[in-house]
Design a protein. Structure first.
Lengths: 461, 385
């Protein structure tokens, strides 16, 4: 099957979450993505989410977190540190000649210092498209800030709109701006490819993760610009429609999100829950009245939802023409019949030859091609020989020397001893459960998901 | 005038709301000609405000302006046969068509992709809806709240003793927009490389669901169900939290190198370097209340700029908690030229959000949003030619 990026090659120097999201999208769309990691600078996400929480053996090849953002890529290890004598940089320069796109997420100036900034790479590959994904962009007083994804959702302004009424700002439970800016980065590269197809010209793209997500605050920012009015945090309520909320349902920690968008939906809701009198109550007849009596309506609604299963209540209300959605926990998301029918989860065979369900990274289906999504992530350095020997035509002696000098390899060289790292990679799940930070730990999760458990013969421990 | 990345691309956009319009706004900023087809009453975001002085006016809605800069507006009544015929003709001039109707509605109007592809084989036709074109929830009513609930992201956002919390700003619509934009560009590249258009079926739910950092993997890899706990991470990063300080809020992140020494220096209590809560990550994560009992009083005695500046001098990745006022006044964003000033007729100067990224050869463009039906005469006379 033909894919949009057939024949496009990407040199991927990005790590962690935002940059790898961008290059994962490009890989899914058909690009050959070569991910560069250092043995001393392995992608840190190889340490997160181990099968069975087991950090033994070559755990760095088994991470679930890493797989999500790096499935389908090829792995090449290189060392950029000074003690390697620049061999890694020379290889990057050779590789750049074969690459249409270069993606990097270093702090600004690192690429320049390494001698592989856009000006240098353009000499090697005149039509190269290069994108820098950084926390705060390549210039401005905050450019050199150390930036973690968890800080950038608040810095983009989104957290000022998120929180319980009267409470502090809150982040989303994920590093929201990382995937958000990663997708923006993929789009910027695609736009540059469209331009290159037309003109033959490459270019340089400077993407700041903070900036990319600011448009989500568009309404509030315009309100401030027009009226000098600061937004209020209002829990799950809406600016425009009432009632809106997340209501407690029967069972443990089950919730239903409901929005009544107009008078007709309010009447339909009242009828569906057997309280037609709410629909005819003049105090609730229009949106103004429903805003004024929001607390009272919430109590009435929760009186009904608290007797219902959240998923059944969603179907019941939707059948009556009311906008309702169950708050699914991660397990329920994996088992959701709609996402299942849409094929949202791929059954991926991992390095350790078992199966895991992995969500798509593109929220779209295409009539003329299917993104190449159901692929495992590469082991550290898995494609060293293939890329150096094949693509670059290096001889066996040369490659062996790189191995000897630890420029390439397949085991991380950690600043802390490996046994200490293994303690950090294995998570205190029981403590998490006792704290209340986990909703449960289920040993039979494979049966519940219907995924294969056994390793193939000869590979079992 | 510089070249624009999407010069020569024409988009006809029937979508309303945030997701579809923001996707085509990104195309317009990149240089595509976007013809927004509105019902005679206008895109419903024209009613949502905010309005200058809170006086409703469909041509002055801040949200509408934010989402529709650089576009042309024509009104067509697709309830009428003439309106549908005019739309079909307009679509015939386009590289890209975008719609956000409830699935099956376009088929009822004889304007589904399958009705058009024989006549317009090179057309990229994108449908942008909450749950996609197929599957049991395809016709369910949806909004950002519902998509966030079903994606699993709401379950892990908020406090454990309170209801799960939605992220502000309608994030599922914006995620849907980005995935629609990327998918349209991918389909254009597919057409460029292999020829032919296609139908792109975008689901906000799947767009937001793809932002699943490690929620479903924690179940699919080890049977653990992530749950909201003050929106805190389960990956070992505590603290990475927003805390109140003397004059607002600050994001306290220790990062890879902050503990124990640099955080002790920052809090001006050198003895904390030897405190087990500073030395042991897991202990700090589990005994988080004891850790916060040390941290919070210090923060309440200091201002966020001071905390941010001193932390960053030590390369500890604290971050600011900005809001609309401090975003618009932020010196970093100002020096970067993030907000682009536009002149919106009838409103005056407004800061458009803005330079989403900088392209060295093909800069983004910024312009006002159209009045309802502003280009009716132009487009009608073009159609008559």
């Amino acid at each position: 099957m033909s894919l949009p990026l057939d024949g496009v090659r990407v040199l991927d120097l990005a790590q962690v979450y935002a940059g790898p999201t961008a290059t994962r999208l490009l890989a899914d769309l058909g690009a050959d993505v070569i991910k560069i990691e250092g043995l001393k600078r392995m992608d840190i996400t190889r340490n997160f989410v181990m099968p069975e929480n087991d950090s033994s053996d070559d755990y760095w090849n088994k991470s679930g977190y890493f797989l999500l953002r790096n499935g389908g890529k090829r792995s090449l290890t290189l060392d950029f540190s000074e003690e390697s004598g620049g061999a890694g940089i020379e290889i990057v320069k050779k590789l750049a000649a074969h690459c249409d796109i270069v993606v990097e997420s270093f702090t600004p100036h690192v690429m320049h210092k390494l001698g592989i900034d856009y000006e240098a790479l353009k000499q090697i590959r005149p039509d190269v498209i290069m994108i820098s994904l950084s926390g705060y962009g390549q210039n401005g007083p905050w450019r050199d800030f150390s930036a973690y994804g968890m800080g950038l959702e608040p810095a983009s302004g989104i957290s000022s709109l998120t929180g319980y009424e009267g409470g502090d700002p809150l982040r989303t439970g994920i590093s929201f701006t990382d995937p958000y800016s990663g997708i923006v980065g993929a789009g910027a590269v695609l736009a540059a490819l469209v331009y290159r197809r037309r003109t033959g010209k490459g270019q340089y793209i400077d993407l700041s993760e903070q900036e990319a997500a600011i448009p989500v605050t568009g309404y509030a920012t315009m309100d401030y610009a027009m009226n000098k009015r600061a937004p209020k945090r209002m829990g799950n309520r809406s600016l425009w429609q009432a009632p809106q909320g997340v209501y407690r349902c029967a069972g443990e920690d089950n919730w239903l999100a409901v929005t009544i968008r107009d008078d007709e939906e309010w009447t339909a809701f009242a009828k569906a829950v057997g309280h037609s009198e709410w629909g005819s109550d003049p105090r609730f007849a229009d949106v103004k009245g429903r805003f004024a009596n929001h607390d009272e309506i919430d109590a009435l609604m929760e009186g009904w939802t608290s007797t219902r299963d959240h998923i059944e209540a969603m179907h019941e209300l939707q059948a009556a023409g009311v906008l309702a959605a169950a708050v699914l926990n991660p397990k329920q998301v994996l088992l959701d019949p709609h996402l299942k029918e849409r094929g949202f989860f791929d059954r991926v065979q991992t390095v350790q030859k078992d199966e895991r369900l992995i969500p798509h990274q593109i929220g779209a289906k295409f009539s003329e091609f299917e993104p190449n999504t159901a692929r495992r992530a590469p082991k550290l350095g898995e494609h060293n020989r293939e890329i150096l020997g094949g693509l670059l035509g290096m001889g066996e002696d040369e490659i062996a020397k790189l191995e000897e000098n630890k420029v390439i390899g397949d085991e991380p060289i950690s600043a802390v001893p490996l046994p200490v790292m293994r303690m950090f990679v294995q998570w205190p799940l029981t403590s998490y459960l006792n704290m209340g930070a986990l909703g449960g730990i289920e040993k039979d999760y494979r049966e519940q998901l219907g995924i294969a458990q056994e390793k193939t013969e000869g590979e079992a421990k | 005038m510089p070249e624009l990345a999407l010069d020569g691309i024409r988009v006809v956009d029937l979508s309303q709301g945030i997701a579809g319009p923001y996707a085509t706004k990104l195309l317009a900023d990149l240089g595509a000609e976007v013809i927004k087809v509105e019902p005679p009453s206008g895109d419903y975001t024209r009613q949502l405000g905010p309005f200058p002085g809170d006086v409703p006016d469909p041509d002055k809605s801040g949200l509408f302006i934010h989402l529709n800069g650089n576009k042309k507006s024509v009104t067509l009544d697709i309830e009428s046969e003439d309106g549908r015929a005019a739309l079909a003709k307009l679509i015939g001039t386009a590289d890209v068509f975008v719609e956000s109707e409830t699935p099956s509605r376009m088929a009822d109007l004889d304007l589904h992709y399958n009705d058009l592809k024989a006549a317009y084989p090179d057309l990229v036709y994108a449908s942008v809806t909450p749950f996609g074109q197929t599957g049991p929830y395809a016709k369910y009513k949806g909004n950002s709240l519902a998509a966030m609930a079903l994606s699993g992201l709401m379950y892990i956002t908020g406090d454990p003793d309170k209801a799960p919390l939605v992220t502000g700003g309608e994030p599922a619509e914006y995620f849907g927009a980005l995935h629609a934009w990327v998918s349209i560009l991918a389909a254009l590249e597919h057409r460029g490389q292999h020829g032919g258009g296609q139908h792109v079926d975008v689901s906000w739910l799947e767009a937001l669901g793809s932002a699943d950092e490690y929620n479903t993997p924690m179940y699919s890899y080890l049977g653990a169900i992530r749950k909201r706990f003050y929106s805190r991470h389960h990956i070992p990063t505590f603290p990475s939290e927003i805390y109140p300080c003397r004059d607002g809020h600050i994001v306290v992140i220790g990062g890879a190198t902050g503990f124990p020494l640099l955080m002790a220096i920052l809090l001006e209590q050198p003895e904390l370097e030897d405190n087990p809560l500073f030395q042991n990550l897991w202990l700090r994560t589990i005994e988080w209340k004891e850790f916060e009992a040390i941290l919070r009083p210090y923060l309440m005695d200091h201002d966020w700029v001071d905390l941010l500046t001193r932390a960053q001098e030590l390369r500890v990745p604290f971050a600011a908690v900005l809001n609309p006022e401090t975003l618009l006044g932020n010196e970093h964003l100002q020096e970067r030229g993030y907000f682009a000033e536009i002149e919106q007729p009838g409103v005056g100067k407004l800061p458009m959000s803005g330079n989403l990224f900088r392209m060295s050869e093909t800069p983004l463009r910024h312009g006002p949003a159209p009045a309802l039906g502003e280009q009716n005469a132009d487009i009608v006379s073009e159609a008559a030619r």
